[in-house]
Every structure is written in C-alpha cells, then in structure tokens.
Design a protein around this ligand. Structure first.
Ligand code: ADP
Length: 848
C-alpha cells in the first residue's frame, strides 16, 4: 500500500513518511490500515519484533490528533519513554507537540495538558489517573506498546487496570495495542473490542536454529532441517566460534545469557575473539569510547566494561548506569562494537538489530521455583527476533546452543518449532489487587462493592476466569485487609477511602508498604492509643499478627497460589475470621463514624529520635523495595549488626526461629546498610564491592528509598507523629549521598557529594561561604577547575563569579587531597577488615 493512499492522514504526513524512507507500507501495516486504524477503530497488532509496529501506532496517533484528540503512548519501561519520545519528535513537522512524562509518581502532570502526544509508562499513567490529571479524560487515542507484558506478574496488573480505567474514562477513545506474536492475541482483541492483525510476517527473513557438533541446524530446507558447517576450534567455545564466524563475514552478534555476572564474563572472553580482527582505525575509536565509559563512574563494572569495549566487545544489563547503556547501544548500532552479551532485559524494546543472535542460556535461576527454569518461548522468540538488520543483512540467524544430541532435539521442540505461550492476566495476585482496589476506590472509580466488581468485570482477568464468584471472594479478602489497616471504611454498602488511604493511593504505594511504615512508626512512638474502645489500627494489626491455624478457605487459597493464583500474605487476615470481623468492622465503623475522627488517634512520644539506619530498614522491609540477597556469610554479619542495633530498629522483629521472616528482616538490614553507607559518603566503588552490586543498583535503591521516605514523610504528617524532620533528613541524606553537615552545600546546583566534601574540608561549609570566601580557596578545593567553580559560584548567588586571574590555593588543594576520605569512613559491618574504607572517593558526579 502506497503511503499516499492511507485514508484520513493529515496533509504533509505522507510526505514526512517518504522523507523517512517509507514509501509503501509493510503488509501488517497495510492490514492495520484496512482494519481502520487511521479511522479511529480499535486494533490489536500481534506482529514479530522489529516488523514496523511503531508505524502502525504513529498512523493511528497522527490521524486521531488531526481529528482533535490527544494521543497517549504507553511504554513498558522508563528507559523506553525517552527513546520513543525522541522517535516521535519528527512528527513536530506536522505541528504535533510531543511530551514525555517520567519522574515522580505523585506529580500531577498538568503541564502535559497542552501536548498532543504524550509518552509515559503504565505506572505513570496509573498514577496520573489516581491524581486526577484533567487531560487524561480527553484522550482520542491510547496506544499500549508490548501489551503482552500484561502477563508479567510484577507489572502486568497495572497495565491491565490502567487500560480498563482509560477506557471507562474515555469511552470514545481508540485503543491500539501492540504485541509480540502470542498465542491468544484474539483474546486480547476480544477484551478490547478491537480488530485483530495477527501475523508472523517479518521485513527480513529469520532463520532459527540450534548449534551443535560443529554445525548450525536450521528449521528450513527440503527435509525440514538444514545443516551448515560452523566448526568450533580446540580452544574455542561454541559462542566464540559463532562470533568469530560472523565477524569474518562482516557481521555482529548479540549473545543472550542468564545473569549479569555471566554477561560480564562473556564480554571479557569474547573481547579476545574480536580484538585480532579489528582495523587500526576501529581500535583508535574504541579506545576513545572506552575512556568515555570509564569516566561514567568510578567502579569495577565501569572498568570492566571499558576494558571489553577497547577490544570491540561489550556487556549490557540492568545493573549498568544509563549512560553506559546508551553508549553501548549506540556503538553496537554503529557497528563499532562487534558483540554484546546481554541479559534478557535487552530483548524487550531496545532497538539493537544484529546479524546473528546467540541464545546461550535458555534456563535462568528462579528463586520461587528454587532452581534453574527454562525461559518462556515468548521471551526466547523475542531475543531471536533481534537477528537481521533490514537493508543490511540478507537474513538474520538466531541460534540456541546444544551440548548433546538429545538437547538438540529438545531445543527444536521446546523453542524453534514451538508457539509462544498465551498471555494470562495476573491481576488476581494479591499485591496487585490490594493496590488497585484501594486506588479504584480512592480515585472515586467505585463507591461500593458492586461498583468495584462491575469495574473489575471490564478487565482481562474477568474475561479469562471461568470460575463463578471467584473474583468476588478475592476482592472481599482484600477489602477486609484494607479496612483493618485503616485505608478504607465501609458503611453499609458504601466504600470510602480514609485520609490515610487517599495518601497511600496518591503516593503510589503498595498498601502493605504503607501498613509496614505505619506499623513501624506506631510501634516505636505510640505511648497511648487514645482509644478507649481498643479498636485502633495498631491493636487490630497486633491481633491479626497472631498465628492463626489454616482453615479450609485459606488452605484452598494457598493451593491456588501454587498454581499462580491468589497468594495470601501472612498479613492478610485469615478468611474465616475475616467474615466475622468484616461484620464487626462494619458495626464498629458505624459507631466510629458518630465520633469525631480526631479523637481516635493515638498519642506519640516526642522524645524518640529515629535514626537514618532505622528508617532505611523500615522502608527496605516494604514490598516496594527490592531488597538485597543474603549471600553466604551474610547471615552472621547481619545478625551481629542486628543485635547491635536491635533497640533502634522500628517495628516488631521476628524471632530468629521464624526462618523466612528473620531472613527477610536481615536482607532488609543489608539493604538499609547499603543506603546508610551511601549516606555516610562511602565511595561508590567500595559499596559495589561490599554488596556485590552494580552502580545502577545503587542508583535504583537510592531512588526507591528516596521515594519511599518521601512517602513516609507524608504518612508521618498524616498520622501526626512528631518525626517529620528525622524522616526528611534521612531522605535528603540518601538522596544526595552525604552526611548531614553537607546538606546545605549539595543544595547548590553543580555540587555533588564529592565536591561538597572537598569544599567543606577547605573550610567552605555552606552557601554563604560560597558567596563570600576567598576565590582561590574555592578554586583549590575544586582542583583548579575554573569553569566548574564559576558555575557553582553563580548557582550559589555570588555576584562576581569570574575566576579570571584567580590562582588555586595550594594549601586548600593539598589539604583536600591529604585529608581525602577522612570524612567518609563508611564503617560498614566489615569496616575493620576493609583497610581501604577511608580511601579516596574519586569521581563523584556519581549518577548525575
Ligand atoms: P517494532 O516496533 O515492530 O519492533 P519498529 O517499528 O521499530 O519495529 O520497526 C523496525 C524498523 O523498520 C524501523 O527502523 C522502521 O523505521 C522500519 N520500518 C517500519 N516500517 C517501514 C516501512 N513501511 N518501510 C520501510 N521501513 C520501515
């Protein structure tokens, strides 16, 4: 189909497509147009990776915007939001204003109201709905990218509920859902009342196969299989041989492995395969790139990546800093880096086509299953689909690796010739329902149990469950949990969120996180619950935390959880008592409603300081923090640390005999210790070594802690507990990675934790000193960097910031270097063994 003949496109659109090298539509795109995608009809497109799904979405959005609506493009990952927005920026030639919404969950995003096309993650959209962003009710077109991720237990439910809410808010809006090829695209289409384009057409042929015994076996050819020699040398691995073979043919290879460590190790080894084949000019370019990578952060990961890149290889995983990731992606696209070893996170979204793909590991460790588990077919097919660069390669080749003849057959059966799994809703998982039921009530979507159920009827979950009454039972348990923790009130049939419930929903917290936080704070601070009737939330929680024997109902639920259904947490009340209590609760609430709410609040001690470690531990215990793993030896280390800090920590500690709960408590303590080390100015590199994590992990822990502590600040204010200042200080310290004496300095733009420490050592202790102190001292403390010093002085509000003719004060420079690290003794659990803990904290622009 010629682009000129597409109906309902605004003037200039066809021309713009041509300028972009698109003269005619790919067959799936033409099918989508015929199904009415530019005329406002709903569509599900289930099409292989890299086969032009984005253009289908673009056509829908352009025409919807031309009809006067706003378009929303929902992406699964934050990193993809900016990538997609950049891609859509070319539409500005058509007068389309593109906005990208990332960042804080709780911000209301009103500034987006003036945009025509908005790109956001599903979490962000969900939060915008909760916060009542006005423009969200005025959408002409909603695109959901990678909609098959509805199947993901962690993030799927948010996408599912968000789509259901957007449809309820915008009954006339067009829905376009893009999916990898899945088995039940028709079910998704039916759920969304959409036309379906379901095809495995690809712009470039893909040969899928298995490498075994010195040959690649493909799924094509006369007799079903083709065998092509691809010998493995005596000192080579199969992966090394494939990479070398591809390279000799001028192509690049993407290697998928199952862990970050494996990705790093593989890149190291594959570098020596690539290195001998490099041209001198490439070597020079790679050397420059390696230095750029080294400068991103001062960690072993950064050094390892730079070392590999210098040899033309790289690794890619979620533990990398985002600068690392984009440098690697760009260099691979430019064909400078010849091989990338990656964890499967790279398979989704990031556009890095490659001549060949090797799926080296097809099993991955699964903590829930307690061992190695085969990857889903859908995931392996997505990895394999990265093979082949249209216009550059004749075809793409993707290979799994077999070690024996049986494995060769197994891999053909399991992956090469298999269909991907069907997508199943995961909404019935407990944390998901907890969160979404509260949000649905708090944002006024449902005001009664009936309204709640009828909203849930519009989800994929409802369309996929055949068991009558199940959703009602599951919802009832969740309502009881929310009521017990004072997030919801039930008055007869009416459901209302409490102030606390509203706060929790607006802050985008899992209600269980909020309950953990409230519980920890009350445990430490409440001296008198102020309620004669004895039904305060704290007491009700204490009652429910008693061990209750499993009754049939709960046993049944547990059984279901084993099959991936509803998983009750220990905190979720036992369903037998739940029934009674729900009735009692309703009565109590009727009584409570007649009293002024303020009277019910407990009394807080105002002389109990909360330490940063205790607060970091509290937020690390919530389900919203992905806590660190206890490695061998850690149990002793952190048990010791725990007994040292026992009285300081918040909440009731589990006994050492409650294995799982105690382990969880210690993992959270390890996570808290990492955060404290960071806030004690311990060097980034020391932290990555001590905890066995990447720099990207520190970043993500710090971000999450900052968000959760910000939420804690609001919850504490809501409760009226007099510790807001303690929480704020702990939050700001972890946010900037500094001790409290540096908080004022890091508030000046351009001053990170390292620079702040240097300035402080030179006697520049606050903003005022930046305005008035001797410039040569400041310049000395900043290691003679004039441009940096000038910017900082300007940001601090100094009138004459010029460093012209200023000489750095040598004493300041020397004292800073000599004393380097003296303020940064991390003093972690192994500080005494860590001779180097006071070493220099080089390079801390850190993540900025
Ligand atoms: P997907 O979203 O399905 O993974 P993309 O939309 O990223 O795939 O498309 C892959 C590549 O194909 C992009 O570089 C895009 O510019 C190109 N492309 C898409 N449609 C066409 C077309 N009709 N003609 C030529 N190139 C196209």
């Amino acid at each position: 189909m010629d682009v000129e003949t597409i109906p309902e496109l605004p003037t200039g659109a066809a021309e713009l497509l041509r300028e972009d090298g698109i003269d005619s539509l790919y067959p799936p795109q033409a099918e989508a147009v015929e199904a009415g995608v530019t005329q406002g009809d709903n569509l599900v497109a289930s099409v292989p990776t890299a086969s032009g799904k984005t253009l289908i979405a673009q056509l829908a959005m352009i025409s919807a915007i031309d009809r006067g609506g706003t378009a929303l493009y929902i992406v699964p990952l934050r990193a993809l939001a900016s990538e997609k927005a950049a891609e859509f920026e070319q539409l500005e030639a058509l007068g389309i204003d593109v906005g990208v919404s990332t960042g804080n969950y709780e911000a209301s995003g009103e500034w987006l109201a003036s945009k025509d096309l908005i790109v956001a993650t599903s979490e962000k959209v969900d939060s915008l709905v909760r916060n009542g962003a006005s423009w969200i009710e005025n959408l002409g077109c909603v695109v959901s990218d990678e909609v098959h991720l509805i199947d993901d237990p962690e993030r799927g439910p948010t996408l599912e509920v968000t789509l259901a809410k957007l449809r309820q808010l915008n009954p006339g809006a067009q829905i376009v859902a893009l999916s990898a090829t899945i088995d039940n695209a028709d079910a998704i289409a039916e759920w969304l009342d959409a036309e379906l384009v379901d095809t495995d057409w690809r712009p470039i042929d893909l040969r899928m196969g298995v490498h075994y015994g010195g040959a690649a076996h493909f799924d094509d050819g006369e007799e079903g299989h083709t065998r092509e020699e691809l010998p493995v040398g005596a000192s080579e691995s199969a992966t090394g041989a494939i990479v070398r073979d591809t390279l000799e043919d001028g192509g690049s290879t993407l290697v998928f492995v199952n862990s970050r460590r494996n990705a790093e190790a593989a890149a190291g080894r594959l570098g020596s395969v690539v290195e001998p084949n490099l041209e001198p000019e490439e070597r020079a370019k790679l050397a420059t790139l390696a230095e750029e990578i080294r400068d991103v952060s001062d960690t072993e990961t950064s050094d390892d990546l730079a070392d590999a890149v210098a040899k033309g290889a790289a690794f890619h995983h979620a533990g990398l800093a985002s600068e690392h990731r984009s440098l690697v992606e760009d260099a691979f696209r430019d064909r400078l880096v010849k091989v990338v070893s990656a964890t499967p996170t790279l398979a989704a979204g990031v556009n890095t086509p490659s001549r060949r793909v090797v799926v080296r590991d097809w099993r991955r460790f699964d903590g829930n299953a307690g061992g190695m588990q085969p990857l889903p077919v859908l995931e392996v097919h997505q990895m394999m689909g990265r093979a082949g660069r249209p216009g550059m390669d004749p075809y793409g080749e993707a290979l799994l690796l077999a070690k024996g003849h049986d494995e060769l057959d197994e891999l053909f059966d399991r992956y090469v010739e298999a269909d991907p799994e069907p997508v199943q809703s995961k909404l019935a998982a407990e944390p998901a329902l907890r969160t979404h039921v509260l949000a649905t009530v708090a944002s006024g979507f449902a005001r009664s149990r009936e309204e709640l159920l009828s909203f849930l009827e519009e989800t994929l979950y409802a369309s996929q469950t055949s068991e009558a009454g199940r959703i009602g039972r599951v919802v009832e348990d969740v309502l009881v949990y929310l009521q017990r923790n004072d997030f919801l009130e039930r008055d007869g049939g009416t459901l209302t969120a409490t102030n606390l419930g509203h706060t929790v929903s607006r802050l985008y917290l899992d209600p269980m996180s909020a309950a953990t936080i409230v519980d920890g704070i009350e445990h430490a601070l409440v001296v008198d619950d102020g309620s004669a009737s004895g039904d305060s939330a704290a007491e009700r929680r204490d009652e429910t935390s008693e061990e209750v024997p499993l009754d049939d109902a709960e046993a049944a639920l547990n059984e279901e959880s084993a099959s991936g259904g509803f998983t009750p947490a220990s905190e979720l009340v036992d369903s037998a008592t739940a029934g009674d209590d729900a009735a009692d609760g309703a009565e109590n609430d009727v009584e409570a409603a007649t009293e002024p709410a303020e009277d019910a609040g407990p009394t807080y001690a105002d002389d109990v300081p909360l330490t940063p470690l205790a607060l970091y531990h509290l937020v690390s215990r919530t389900p919203d923090m992905y806590e660190l793993y206890l490695r061998s030896g850690d149990r002793e280390t952190y048990s010791e640390l725990y007994y040292e800090h026992e009285t300081e920590l918040l909440g009731a500690a589990p006994s050492e005999y409650e294995e799982d709960r105690f382990e969880h408590w210690l993992s959270a303590l390890k996570t808290a210790k990492l955060l404290e080390d960071w806030a004690e100015e311990l060097d980034e590199d020391k932290i990555t070594n001590r905890y066995g994590v990447g720099p990207g992990d520190i970043r993500s822990k710090v971000d999450t802690a900052e968000w959760l502590l910000g939420a804690t600040e609001e919850i504490v204010a809501e409760l009226g507990a007099p510790v807001v200042d303690d929480v704020r200080e702990a939050r700001m310290r972890v946010q900037h990675g500094v001790k409290d004496e540096l908080l004022e300095l890091v508030g000046v733009r351009g001053v990170g934790r390292k620079r702040a420490r240097r300035l402080y050592r030179a006697g520049i202790e606050n903003r005022e000193a930046l305005r008035t102190a001797d410039k040569s001292v400041i310049l000395g403390a900043l290691r003679g960097r004039e441009a940096t010093a000038e910017t900082i002085l300007e940001n601090a509000g100094r009138e004459d910031a010029s460093m012209e003719a200023v000489e750095p004060d040598e004493d300041a420079e020397a004292s800073v270097e000599a004393a380097s690290g003296s303020g940064g003794s991390g003093g972690g659990p192994d500080a005494s063994a860590d001779d180097d803990a006071n070493g220099d904290q080089a390079n801390l622009g850190d993540f900025s």
